[in-house]
Design a protein around this ligand. Structure first.
Ligand code: ARG
Length: 279
């Protein structure tokens, strides 16, 4: 009998893990209300281009070996393309979202129905949480943003439902209204982040927990460079975030640039469009 041993890799070399994502095609995407500073309802949006850019993102994940399931877009819900906000899934348990703004509120039910139909146990929240927009799983802990969208009272719910430590982090810059615009999870122990997006206490917390974190420049954050999706090795990020891409490469990650310029007009990037299902 022959045994095949894995090729030895350096202890520091980042390792990819196949992922399971849910995405929502931007068939009804438009910017007709403003609930974050990126959104300018008067400015034109090219929906065809948005769909093409989104398709390229989906294909990128497939090419990297990941599974992508699609949730049906609902007419009248232009922000539903930002699927990351629709729920949080840890250990096969779905904590549904509850949106801050009425414009997005019905998205929660669409996600709940999607996961229930797929056989997942779903938990209805009491307090506002905008899914993975503000709840980022890093190894065994959940980083939890608040200040603009997610109600800090949701943090105890998250801890109880997932039986994980939850780390509250206050966001202070309206451009970085969701945690996933100011922190990118690179692997189970590493993040990239923009310190200025956080309160002094939150900065201290993140510095203590992640002394080796990649610190993003304000310029890279300002193109939503931190709204990135990592499989542990490949980091899918906005093509405009060239400085961050270089910093990641230096650390052994493989940056995978994508152009989502149309979806940036709604205030979102690759991560916003990508909900991770953790079984
Ligand atoms: N227009 C959306 C909103 O303001 C964008 C959401 C972006 N999603 C994210 N995960 N940051 O709610």
């Amino acid at each position: 009998m022959t045994s095949v041993l894995p090729r030895p890799v350096a202890a520091t070399e980042p390792v990819a893990r196949p992922r399971h994502y849910v995405m929502c095609r931007p068939e009804h995407f438009e910017v007709r209300y403003a609930i974050n500073p990126w959104m300018r309802p008067g400015e034109p949006v090219d929906r065809e281009r948005a769909v093409a850019q989104w398709e390229a993102l989906r294909q990128t994940y497939v090419d990297l070996g990941h599974r992508v399931d699609l949730i049906d877009p609902v007419p009248g819900l232009p922000d539903m393309v930002y699927a990351a906000n629709g729920a949080t899934v840890v250990d096969g348990v779905v904590l549904c979202a509850r949106f801050r703004h009425p414009e997005r509120a019905p998205e929660a039910a669409a996600h709940r129905a999607f996961f229930a139909a797929a056989g997942y146990p779903v938990v209805e929240p009491r307090f506002v949480n905008e899914g993975e927009g503000d709840l980022l799983v890093v190894g065994d802990v959940v980083l939890a943003g608040y200040g603009f969208r997610t109600d800090p009272r949701a943090h105890a719910e998250v801890a109880a439902v997932f039986e994980r430590e939850v780390v509250p982090l206050e966001l202070v810059d309206p451009r970085y209204y969701h945690l996933d615009t100011a922190v990118a999870v690179l692997d189970d122990a590493t993040i990239a982040w923009l310190p200025a997006a956080f309160s002094p206490a939150a900065q201290e917390e993140l510095r203590a927990r992640f002394p080796d974190a990649v610190v993003a420049s304000p310029a890279d954050a300002a193109v939503l460079g931190l709204n990135a999706v990592s499989d542990g090795r490949h980091v899918v990020l906005p093509a405009q975030a060239t400085g961050l891409a270089a910093a990641l490469r230096e650390r052994g990650y493989e940056p995978v640039p994508v152009d989502l310029s149309e979806l940036l007009k709604g205030g979102g990037g690759p991560k916003c469009c990508t909900l991770e299902v953790r079984s």
